[in-house]
Design a protein around this ligand. Sequence first.
Ligand SMILES: Cc1cc2nc3c(=O)[nH]c(=O)nc-3n(C[C@H](O)[C@H](O)[C@H](O)COP(=O)(O)OP(=O)(O)OC[C@H]3O[C@@H](n4cnc5c(N)ncnc54)[C@H](O)[C@@H]3O)c2cc1C
Length: 333
Amino acid sequence: MSKTEEIKSILGPLRVFENESLSKHTYFEIGGPAKVFFEAKSIEDLKLALKAAKKVKIPVVVIGGGANVLVSDSGFDGLVIKNRATGVKLVGLKGTYSKHGRGIKTAFVYAASGTLMNQLARFTLDQGLAGLEFLLSVPGTVGGGIKINAHFEVEQGEFLGRRLASATLFNPKTAEITEVDQKYFNFSYDHSKIQETGEIVLDAIFKLGKSPDPVNLWQKALANVKRRNEEQPIGTACSGCVFRNIDAGDANRLATPNLTTSAGFIIDSLGLKGTKIGGAEISNHHANFIVNRGNASANDVIKLINLVKEKTKNTYGIDLHTEIFLIGDFKNV
Ligand SMILES: Cc1cc2nc3c(=O)[nH]c(=O)nc-3n(C[C@H](O)[C@H](O)[C@H](O)COP(=O)(O)OP(=O)(O)OC[C@H]3O[C@@H](n4cnc5c(N)ncnc54)[C@H](O)[C@@H]3O)c2cc1C
């Protein structure tokens, strides 16, 4: 039996697709086919598919919303699991009981890892809980968000990891499932430990404060959405910010314009907005976004990334690092 047949026999022949185009599953709308493709509709599905990949010894990758990935033109020679295990609920409250819940100080919210961050934000806002309002309208899932430590106003400490209390992880190498707390992740800007370990988030619990002014929370969240809509190339195929910002020490040492740490500002200062390779273009709206003008290949995007890296290195001595994750083979680019 082939590996694909084995996967089908474990996950069900009608739920496993061969040669599924990944361009349909990424915000970039770029990417070749997945050899085998499966949509996990629950955490049980997700565990079963991950265990199947280990048993059959086939490479595996989990995608959430596909909002922070670039898939190679040759696709992925293995099993791609699209995580659609969703669910959000209130699982605990701390404080004193009083009428209208005014004595509640802290709440714990559970989210399955395939829950959209936007859905999590809406739930917490509706419950009058403060701390995740910055996620309103941020694309992607809780699992993808934990991996990159999704954020908005970095200076104000608006990081997803800051609100995480605990999570359940699956280790694809050992098939072990562990419960870990926030410290385990070693969160920092654009970083969490699972980027090194390759562990998969099954679910997570967030610790949030009860807001005395829920209306204000919604106003703050909607103001963020407005700003995002003004600053980002909304409605265009892209994968969010491509490069990580640099740290303040490097900005000072390398004397960036106005000592900026913003990768977008640095790229803009090099006059690169609007630069095109094939169908990929550095957005005129926000220089840290590469947009797909309709027919871009992953190779076009990589060439543009390399061009930006080279120019920043030559002009400022800065090594820019990508924020997006690569899936598939990019050796020949
Ligand atoms: C228009 C636009 C605006 C954006 N604005 C912001 C913003 O303001 N702030 C911000 O932080 N980000 C922003 N992003 C980036 C994106 O929203 C985040 O990076 C988000 O966390 C991606 O989640 P995802 O589920 O789509 O991850 P995917 O793109 O599907 O995957 C990203 C990585 O996470 C891994 N992964 C996915 N699910 C899991 C899981 N369950 N466990 C472990 N690993 C997993 C994947 O294998 C991959 O390596 C923006 C993106 C776009 C397109």
